[in-house]
Design a binder for this molecule. Structure first.
Ligand SMILES: [Zn+2]
Length: 336
């Protein structure tokens, strides 16, 4: 008898526990259900510390913003610079509050600075006419050559990017304005034409003695050389101010300071020069901050400076210059 009564008690005990568990599970499901009906999983988006809206799809929204930064909304835009990137934080939002991806995008976009891309046709490095397309600039140069304009060997093309669009000229107007007729022959023969500096040649080394790593990732805003930009001796990579610049190759810092006529880096702004071997020196220019000192050795990938716009520069970018045996060569032979 005692045995059976104990068993009964035990079964009642288990039933009791099961009952409580079922009640707990049902109430948990109910509460979650109510939350699900009332709230949705979203991200609050803030810009400069201020919440500007809510999104349910932060991946797509950020992709849209990234595309905008890289290309802008319209023609001839090189890139758009944002002071701050939006920040996302997961949050539950009441279902009756709307997410507003379009509005967020507009707010972020309007906080940016647009850099337009165009080309300047130069005469003796002085900007004379602006056109939107490289092909137009090229056509101006070619027409001046065909017409035997006396200044045709001093004409160059510079790729520009600026927060303001320039006043563009038609090819025809630019050619007319730049054309210079041949003067008296005697005077011509007396004038020695300066040999033109060239940076692409037969002996571009395929092996620098080291393999390089990218100093920053960003948008290439100006390429090397005489094709797209007359006498541009490096590669310009646009990136926000303060972006870490890494040493593309290890070596000894042979210069770290503000470029001037005295040190041979006039216009370069804050500059670091690192010698990697007897032939190879790499320059990092227009920096906002320098983290290394002359004489110091640095390893590849070490942060040496921060992106800026010091010296002759129209926006935050890294001017990346490779000198091999003293001659500038195209970084895109090796990187980017
Ligand atoms: Zn440059």
């Amino acid at each position: 008898m005692i045995h059976i009564s104990n068993l009964k008690k035990c079964i009642i005990g288990i039933r009791h526990i099961v009952k409580i568990l079922v009640i707990l599970i049902i109430s948990a499901i109910l509460i979650l259900g109510i939350i699900k009906i009332t709230y949705k999983q979203t991200y609050s988006v803030s810009l400069n510390g201020e919440i500007i809206g809510y999104t349910q799809d932060k991946v797509n929204l950020q992709k849209r913003i990234n595309d905008y930064i890289n290309k802008g909304n319209g023609d001839n835009i090189a890139f758009v610079e944002l002071k701050e990137m939006p920040e996302y934080e997961a949050c539950l939002l009441k279902n009756d509050i709307q997410t507003n991806d379009d509005e967020i995008f507009e707010k972020v976009a309007s906080s940016g600075t647009t850099y337009y891309k165009y080309y300047a046709v130069t005469e003796e490095n002085e900007e004379k006419a602006y056109v939107k397309e490289f092909a137009d600039a090229e056509s101006i140069v070619n027409q001046l050559k065909e017409k035997n304009s006396t200044n045709s060997d001093k004409i160059g093309i510079v790729e520009k990017y600026s927060t303001e669009q320039a006043e563009y000229k038609t090819v025809e107007t630019a050619v007319t304005e730049l054309y210079k007729e041949k003067k008296v022959e005697v005077a011509q023969t007396k004038t020695q034409t300066k040999p033109k500096a060239t940076y692409t040649g037969p002996s571009v080394p395929t092996d620098l003695g080291v393999s390089l790593v990218k100093p920053v990732s960003g948008v290439i805003s100006s390429r090397f050389g005489i094709r797209s930009r007359d006498n541009h001796k490096g590669l310009d990579i646009a990136a926000p101010k303060g972006t870490a610049i890494k040493a593309s190759a290890s070596g000894t810092v042979i210069f770290s300071g503000y470029g001037s006529n005295g040190n041979g880096y006039s216009g370069y702004g804050n500059t670091v020069a690192i010698k990697s071997n007897s032939s190879l020196t790499i320059l990092y220019a227009h920096c906002s901050a320098l983290y290394v000192k002359s004489g110091q050795t640095v390893s590849q990938g070490e942060v040496i400076a921060a992106v800026g716009s010091t010296g002759i520069s129209t926006g935050n970018h890294l001017h990346f210059e490779i000198r091999y045996n003293g001659r500038q060569i195209d970084p895109q032979n090796y990187l980017y």
